[in-house]
Ligand binder design. Structure first.
Ligand SMILES: [Mg+2]
Length: 266
């Protein structure tokens, strides 16, 4: 656990979790599907640069928009296509094709979890259940807000057996994408509970949720899990979470006691 700022929670009331990369690793490796696909699309335009140029362009804006709904990355792709003299398409076409490719890659995980041949722990960030139960024991309300389509988020929450904790406090992307954002969910929680700044905390592995939490004065905990090894810090994630304004960086949730002390002033 690494402290970046001196901010601490005061009367912690609600906690918002991001899902993919923060609790769930079911979709780990999604960047290895999206980046080559987007690069392929850019390479098909009349004004395409070199493979290397287009690959780094795609990587950059995908990363910058991580945490927002997938459609925003596809909207940006379409803008880049137009810039290169390509034909404008409905960004939903890109989203559907990306998702088709991603599901192909992760289908065995979803199937295995569903039929019990894979245990939830294999695709959970270590210590996830422990921190969730600890928060609930302290009487904290927990919420889930994800940029992945809500239908899939709900399915995957159940596959990881986290549905009993989050119940109906699960929010995900909608087809009418302007009706959902993490900032909107956070705003609603604050208004519903009449919360002030540091009685709200958020856990996330992306820019967007860290910024959203800091904008309302909450406590932002950056989860910089090395998704491949499932232990230790991913240095690249750590750097960008600090840049986004994270108050604390953790590798995962296994340092439960330290985390509990930090959140509840032990
Ligand atoms: Mg995430």
């Amino acid at each position: 656990m690494e402290f970046i700022s001196k901010t601490a929670a005061v009367n912690l009331h609600s906690v918002v979790f991001d899902f993919d990369g923060t609790l769930s690793l079911i979709r780990k490796g999604w960047q290895e599907i999206m980046t080559p696909y987007f690069t392929e699309v850019l390479m098909g335009t009349p004004g395409a640069g070199t493979l290397e140029d287009e690959n780094s362009c795609a990587r950059e804006f995908i990363d910058f928009l991580t945490g927002k709904q997938t459609i925003y990355q596809c909207i940006r792709l379409n803008e880049e296509v137009i810039k290169r003299g390509g034909k404008s398409l409905d960004p939903l076409i890109y989203k559907n094709e990306y998702h088709r490719r991603l599901l192909e890659k992760i289908e065995y995980r979803r199937k295995g979890l569903a039929d019990g041949t894979i245990q939830p722990a294999e695709f959970l960030v270590p210590g996830s259940v422990g921190i969730i139960e600890c928060l609930i024991d302290h009487g904290v309300d927990i919420y889930l807000a994800s940029g992945t389509d809500e239908m899939y988020v709900k399915e995957e929450v159940a596959l990881l057996k986290l549905d009993r904790y989050f119940k109906d406090r699960i929010y995900g992307a909608r087809d009418e994408y302007k009706l959902f954002s993490k900032a909107m969910v956070i705003q609603r929680i604050i208004e519903m509970n009449d919360l002030h700044g540091s009685s709200l905390a958020g856990f996330g592995d992306g820019y967007v949720e860290i910024e959203n939490i800091k904008e309302v004065g909450g406590i932002a905990i950056g989860v910089a899990t090395d998704e491949e090894r499932m232990e230790g810090i991913d240095e690249w994630k750590r750097q960008r979470l600090i840049k986004a304004g994270a108050d604390v960086i953790i590798a995962d949730f296994t340092e439960l006691e330290a985390l509990e002390n930090y959140l509840f002033g032990g």
